[in-house]
Design a protein around this ligand. Structure first.
Ligand SMILES: C[S@@+](CC[C@H](N)C(=O)[O-])C[C@H]1O[C@@H](n2cnc3c(N)ncnc32)[C@H](O)[C@@H]1O
Length: 445
């Protein structure tokens, strides 16, 4: 027997209420099922669609949430909360301009501005509209001066605007108001480090660790500011996050603003060494370690019949792939890749990558493993007179010539050439470095 419209309405309502209860209890999957059941009985109800979107958002399914929230605002364009949740879904999908428009629509539809102010602030930050973000943060703080999260975002925005000293004050407010805010301590420490206040930075990193901040990363930060024996490399997740965020601006920033020339210097050294070798493309296969966006590729690809790359950052690799100059691009750690790959090469290049690796024994062993006898290995390092690798306050490692010479000798790699000089700038100061060319022994490793 088919249900009457009244019965269907009652069943839809009961399912909707069960969904709300489940949502409140944090049983998001049950809530989703209940809202779907309600919609099957009474399709298109805006509030049910909105709550379905929220249940999906809570489960981290932004794309599916957006579908429901789009349908909710289409069914009732005046549903302010649905615009707000839709903004959150769009932000989770990194569609920051659309998210901002959705938050603004929420306010225009009657949402209290404070309910979406933090979301607007984050969206503006992601869109690099820092002046507007600062205005939103100032307004928020004028109404809620005790809001630690708002102080944190205020500091972050000031930092992005280059107002480091003002940002310190905002972070200080954030951690004073909320001493358990691990992220606040971490950002505070990173800024103090940048300002050369190493002891204060170390103290802030210790607080961050005590409040549960990522241990591996913060121990690494501590080693950098204290000059302690450093871990062998930064956490892979840190490198990946750093370069994923940097990928869009990397080429322009490095080449135009930091006057980065390492790929050119290494290419000149390799070209000179290859002059005596036969053929237009003297290397059958070359490997670019930490290839990033592929700045090395246009210079080395003409020398090699095939060029492969490996890098930890998926966003950097996507840029490299778009060049169309690489045969194979591997998403992974350099050392692990060198230890595992079945490919063999006549040339291995590493431009501005060893700054993210401390001791290089495993890398040299790996390079020797993949290099064919007589093959070349060209790389750059930031230079130090120290006999061992050092982790600098800049969070980059530096390596000395004596250390590299010992390592090369230990791995059957012969010193062919070196060039010292400025590799690039950092905060308007030249970074002195060393570019080195080694050749593998004629005997197999
Ligand atoms: C400063 S960029 C240099 C990129 C490129 N070689 C160039 O000269 O433009 C450093 C790159 O090394 C990568 N990287 C750092 N540590 C790595 C590791 N352990 N394994 C793989 N890639 C790494 C980063 O993701 C980043 O793309």
């Amino acid at each position: 027997m088919t249900a009457t419209p009244d019965e269907r309405f009652e069943r839809a309502r009961a399912a909707f209420l069960a969904g709300l209860q489940a949502l409140q209890a944090g049983r998001d999957a049950d809530a989703e099922a209940a809202f779907e059941q309600s919609l099957a009985l009474m399709p298109g109800r805006p509030s049910t669609l909105m709550n379905l979107g929220v249940a999906r958002l809570h489960q981290g399914r932004a794309e599916a949430a957006l579908q429901a929230l789009d349908a909710a605002v289409a069914a009732d364009p005046g549903l302010a909360d649905a615009w707000g949740h839709r903004g959150v879904a769009l932000a989770a999908l990194a569609r920051h301009a659309d998210a901002l428009a959705s938050f603004e629509r929420a306010v225009a539809s009657g949402a209290a501005p404070d309910t979406v102010a933090m979301h607007r602030l984050l969206a503006l930050g992601n869109l690099r509209r820092y002046d507007e973000a600062l205005q939103v943060a100032d307004e928020l703080l004028s109404r809620h001066p005790g809001d630690a999260e708002a102080w944190l975002q205020h500091g972050r925005t000031l930092h992005c605007l280059g107002r480091a000293r003002d940002a310190v004050e905002s972070y200080r407010h954030a951690v004073t108001l909320a001493p358990a805010l691990a992220e606040g301590w971490s950002l505070y420490g990173q800024l103090l480090k940048e300002l050369g206040r190493r002891e204060d930075a170390a103290w802030a990193f210790e607080q961050a660790l005590a409040q549960g901040a990522e241990p591996e990363l913060h121990r690494w930060f501590l080693a950098a500011v204290r000059g302690d024996e450093a871990p062998p490399q930064p956490p892979a997740s840190y490198v990946e996050r750093l370069f994923d965020a940097y990928a869009d601006d990397f080429d322009e920033h490095l080449q135009q603003r930091l006057h980065y020339r390492t790929p050119q210097v290494l290419a000149e050294m390799v070209t000179a060494a290859a002059a005596g070798r036969a053929g237009g493309r003297p290397f059958a296969a070359a490997l670019d370690l930490g290839c990033g966006t592929g700045l090395v590729a246009p210079l080395q690809a003409p020398l090699a019949q095939a060029l492969d790359g490996v890098d930890l950052s998926a966003a950097m690799l996507a840029k490299a792939r778009a060049l169309g100059l690489y045969r194979e691009l591997v998403h992974g750690d350099i050392t692990a890749h060198l230890q595992a790959t079945a490919q063999r090469y006549q040339l291995v290049v590493a431009a501005d990558v060893f700054v993210y690796l401390g001791p290089l024994d495993a890398v040299f062993a790996g390079v020797r493993r993949v290099l064919e006898p007589g093959g070349l290995f060209a790389f750059s390092v930031e230079a130090t007179p120290e006999p061992r690798p050092v982790l600098r306050n800049s969070l980059r490692y530096a390596h000395g010539e004596a250390y590299l010479r010992d390592l090369a000798a230990a791995h059957g790699l012969h010193w062919q050439a070196q060039r010292s000089g400025t590799l690039r700038e950092d905060q308007e100061r030249p970074i002195e470095g060393l570019c080195v060319l080694l050749a593998a022994s004629a005997q197999a490793a």
